[in-house]
Structure formats: C-alpha cells, structure tokens
Design a protein around this ligand. Structure first.
Ligand code: ATP
Ligand code: TPS
Ligand code: MG
Length: 329
C-alpha cells in the first residue's frame, strides 16, 4: 500500500487552501458540505428569517464509481444526483438546486445523454429539487460532477456529538455493496433480497426527509458513502467521542439473504460496504426519530482506543479498524 490516502491529501489541501475564507463561511473544509451565513437582504427584510446556505460537490467517474456494463444511463444520472444530494441530507438541509458538469466521450449518443438527464430529473423529482445549470465537455470517460445547494436553519455538522448521545441510522447499510457484488459477478438476481440489493446500488436514495426530521433533534450527522465504520469514525473523531455500534441493529433480513447468495459476511458488508447514502445522526434521543433505528451510542474517547467499536451480546467491546473506501490508498 502506498503512503498516500484521501484524508492525507485533504489535510494537505486544507493546509494550502484553508484559512482564506471570509467571516460569512461558517464551516469550510472538513464537513459533508460548507455552510455559508445567509446574505443580508437588501431593501428591507424578507418574510421569515433567512437560513444558512449549505453547499456541496460530488463526482461520479466512470471506472471508479460506475461501470457502463453494470448500470444504464438513467441509473448513472439518478445515482450521481442522489449521491450529491446525500451530503445535504447529512447536514439536515433542504435542497434548493443543483448544477451538473458532464464529461462525455464522443461515443455517448444523444439518446444516452437524454437517458442520463432523465435519471437526474427522476432523482430531483423525488427529493423536490431540480438541475438548474451545468456544463458540458468532451473527455475520455464519463464523469458527472454535481454541486448541490441547500438551506438549513440549524445545519448539522460532524463535530457536535457528545458522550452519552445515541447513534441512529436512516436507510440500509451494506445492501448497495451487495448489489454491486451481484452485478459484478453477473449473478442473476434470485428473489426479493437480491433485487433490493441491486436497486440499493443502482438507485440509492438521499435521506433528505430524515435529515430534516433529525435537524431539530440531533447534534451531529454524516452520510455513509465510504462505509459505515469509516464514516462513523469521521463523526467520532470530529466530535471527540468514541462510537460503540450494536451489530444486531445493522443487518437486515434482505442483507442476510443477499450476503448468503454471495457467500459474503453480512455484518462485514454492513460495516464496510459503502455507497449506502444512509445517514447517521447523534443526539440524546435520536433513536426515537421516525425513520431511524438506534444503532449505538457515543462514549468518552480513551487514549489509544479505536474511534469505533462493536458491542458484543454481553457488553464486551471489539475495536474496529476504520478502513473504508479510499480513492488513493
Ligand atoms: N479538492 C478539495 N479541495 C478542498 N476541499 C476538499 C477537496 N476535496 C475534499 N474536500 C473537503 O474535504 C472534506 C471531506 O471530503 P469528502 O469528499 O471525503 O467528504 P464528503 O463530501 O462527505 O464525502 P462523500 O461525498 O463521499 O459523502 C469535505 O469538507 C470536502 O469539502
Ligand atoms: C466499478 C465500481 N467499483 C467500485 C465501486 C465502489 N466505490 C467506488 S467509490 C466508493 C466510495 C464513495 O465514493 P466517494 O468517496 O467519491 O463519494 C465506492 C464504495 C463502484 N461503485 N463501482
Ligand atoms: Mg458525506
């Protein structure tokens, strides 16, 4: 393994680029999205209090995030849009509009481009927003870079969790990775569980409504793109807590079935799978939120202890290594 990692590179970029933002930037590099103070209205007050803006960008690159033999063009547009919007969900934000920059090889036909845009449109319709601009360029492989703007009265950051907070999850984890594995192995989906897994990979759902519900009650949130343990570790580290996860809360019947078809371990998929676009929130009573399941709790950090651990049936802890998807490792 090389010494490079995505996080080391982000730290490097933060050292070069950070600190230059103005006072209107409430949160810069390091969270799921940047937070900007609302612009002061000119010429009199607007009805209602202006809300902070939440702004994020996300790329979907052929050969890295998708293969054309495993997904249709409509899936590509849908998935890229939901993946970008998921970072708004993680901030407890309501989307207001998206911009999409497309890179297309010359081989992509107008019909295929139309299908891709149809997928973007379908995803936007589902979460109550629209693509309102973008850019086109020719290039060697398809890429879809989507920037998403939202508003949130009280944006949820990664760094607000406290010892004693519950951890709760909206959306399945592990299923998307199982779906990718089924597609990759060319296994014809046998039964509802395999179909759900393939759907979770092809058509992930940004948990916007869940994020909005959590915004009033939670103290911190993150979305699960790189894998549950890796992303919960980001939240734990940013908040200065340790996260304890209950394995029984993470494996659904569908995931167990799909994993069995693949000969893979269901809990391993749930912990490390990635691209679920579920959200994890932390707060005193977040386990009671509609659409969330309680998955664990935050405890004080201990010197030398892992960021995340599993709690066994009789309370014993198993430390987890926060390995997740890393573009450069
Ligand atoms: N090239 C870059 N320049 C400046 N900041 C960056 C750059 N790449 C990433 N970041 C920042 O680093 C932080 C972590 O980025 P990362 O993409 O891992 O988070 P994320 O957007 O939540 O991931 P995901 O899209 O997988 O949910 C974010 O705050 C992001 O804005
Ligand atoms: C063909 C193919 N191979 C592997 C994967 C798995 N994968 C790619 S990126 C990523 C993390 C999220 O990305 P990001 O951190 O950029 O948001 C994961 C789990 C895939 N989707 N397609
Ligand atoms: Mg994120």
């Amino acid at each position: 393994m090389s010494g490079r990692s995505e996080w080391k590179r982000i730290d490097m970029l933060r050292a070069v680029l950070g600190g230059a933002a103005g006072a209107h930037v409430l949160c810069g590099i390091g969270d799921d999205a940047a937070i900007l103070a609302p612009a002061a209205p000119r010429g009199g007050a607007l009805p209602g209090a202006p809300e902070p803006l939440v702004w994020t960008i996300d790329s979907a690159v052929e050969g890295v995030h998708f293969r054309r033999d495993l997904l249709g063009f409509e899936d590509l547009g849908y998935r890229a849009t939901m993946a970008a919007a998921s970072d708004l969900a993680a901030m407890g934000a309501r989307p207001v509009g998206l911009l999409a920059a497309l890179v297309l090889p010359p081989s992509v036909s107008d019909d295929e481009l139309g299908a891709l845009a149809g997928g973007q449109r379908a995803a936007c319709d589902e979460i109550g927003t629209a693509v309102i601009g973008g850019n086109l360029s020719r290039g060697g492989e398809i890429s879809i870079t989507t920037t998403a703007l939202g508003v949130a009265a009280l944006p949820l950051r990664r760094d607000g969790a406290r010892p004693g907070d519950a951890l709760a999850l909206a959306g399945p984890v592990g299923l998307a990775a199982a779906g990718l594995a089924l597609l990759d192995r060319g296994v014809a989906p046998a039964g509802a569980a395999a179909e759900q897994a393939i759907r979770a990979f092809r058509r992930p759902v940004a948990r916007i409504d869940a994020g909005l519900r959590a915004a009033a009650r939670a103290r911190a949130a993150i979305d699960v793109s790189d894998g549950l343990v890796a992303d919960v570790a980001h939240l734990a580290r940013a908040s200065g807590v340790r996260a304890l996860l209950d394995p029984a809360a993470l494996v659904s019947a569908d995931l167990r079935d799909a994993a069995a078809q693949l000969g893979l371990d269901a809990l391993d998929l749930a912990l490390y799978g990635g691209e679920d676009y579920a959200i994890v929130v932390a707060g005193p009573d977040v386990g009671e939120l509609t659409g969330f399941v309680a998955i664990g709790r935050c405890v004080p950090r201990e010197e030398g202890a892992s960021d995340v651990a599993l709690v066994g049936p009789d309370g014993q802890l198993t430390s987890l290594v926060a390995r997740g998807y890393d573009h450069f490792a």
